[in-house]
Design a protein. Structure first.
Length: 322
């Protein structure tokens, strides 16, 4: 026998030497849910280990995270006044804008702050935009998103991440930011975001479930590989700095295809349902949490992701799982 692949698997040293995929703590972005008030740290039932934080408590938690090397956070606002026009999403002192200011005044350049830009947690109906006759109005919504992104940038956000899936929003946000001298604020686009049942736990966390209908008239159909590349190219042309695929686990082929067809960094979002499934099965004793979690992280990297947004990030670094 001339070929014995097992020779290179003989012991941990040779296995490390020939490992083709490597993970680094620098790849992780950790999501946070920010709520109004003070002294709030309240666990989210559907997402074990994840909490709602008020800005002051967020600063404390991020301080501990920084010591582990977790210096990139993605903020979601929850608990603001819900209106039909989503106006609480973009006022100067929205829960997210204030949290950005708190983080920046505590840590300055040591923390990289990314904000989610979408209206679903701020609208009475829970849709990712302005609703008229049961249809989310594209251009009107884009206008709101641009204002929301600008309010985050002016508060000090390093990057904004629009997650709504309206057409033309990347260009509108880029122009709005540039008009207000925020040309160095980066845009990470949720470019290939599918209408997915894996967002279930998040909608509880963000109180953002649509009260009627679904998101299929704006989020993508998961059966469409050609359409997904079209979405990605449009965002690239419109000035996105980073393209994201979401969810991640059931979409490794999508991550790979995108990586092979763009020169932009590719991010993937290991979403709430993916996280909570691992947590639930581990709690039941059916899987080894550490091993399954790390197998998933390597899968994202092997598929081509440069950036991993994951609720697991904190525990991975805390427990030195890599
Ligand atoms: C809102 C938004 C969602 C997620 C991120 N931004 C949910 C949705 O589109 O309904 C999902 C994140 C997760 O499940 O972890 N636009
Ligand atoms: Zn939304």
């Amino acid at each position: 026998m001339l070929n014995r692949p097992r020779r290179l698997r003989k012991n941990p040293i040779i296995r490390e030497l020939v490992a083709e995929t490597r993970l680094s703590e620098d790849m992780f972005v950790y999501p946070y849910f920010v709520v109004p008030g003070q002294g709030v740290k309240h666990g989210i039932e559907a997402m074990p280990g994840i909490s709602h934080f008020s800005a002051d408590m967020l600063v404390k938690d991020v301080e501990a995270g920084l010591k582990l090397g977790l210096n990139k956070v993605l903020l979601f606002g929850v608990g603001e006044q819900k209106t039909d026009d989503a106006s609480s999403a973009y006022h100067d002192h929205s829960v997210v804008a204030d949290a950005v200011r708190a983080l920046k005044s505590a840590f300055g350049e040591d923390i990289y702050v990314i904000t989610d830009v979408c209206t679903c947690a701020y609208t009475t109906h829970g849709h990712c935009g302005i609703l008229k006759n049961d249809y989310v109005q594209n251009d009107e919504t884009v206008h709101v998103l641009a204002k929301m992104a600008l309010s985050h940038a002016l508060a000090g956000a390093d990057m904004v991440a629009p997650s709504d899936m309206m057409d033309g929003r990347i260009l509108a946000i880029r122009e709005k930011l540039d008009q207000h001298q925020q040309e160095n604020t980066a845009i990470m686009s949720y470019s290939i975001k599918f209408a997915s049942a894996y967002y279930g736990p998040f909608r509880e966390a963000a109180d953002s479930a649509p009260n009627k209908g679904d998101r299929k008239a704006y989020q993508m159909d998961f059966r469409n590989p050609n359409e997904m590349m079209r979405e990605a190219y449009l965002d690239e042309e419109e000035g996105a700095d980073i393209l994201m695929v979401k969810p991640a686990l059931a979409y490794l082929d999508v991550i790979q295809q995108l990586k092979n067809n763009t020169n932009l960094p590719v991010a993937c979002y290991n979403v709430s349902g993916e996280y909570s499934m691992v947590k639930a099965a581990a709690k039941a004793g059916w899987i080894d949490e550490q091993k399954v979690t790390m197998e998933n992280m390597y899968a994202f990297t092997r598929a081509g992701a440069n950036i991993i947004i994951s609720y697991h990030a904190r525990e991975i670094l805390e427990n030195k799982w890599m």
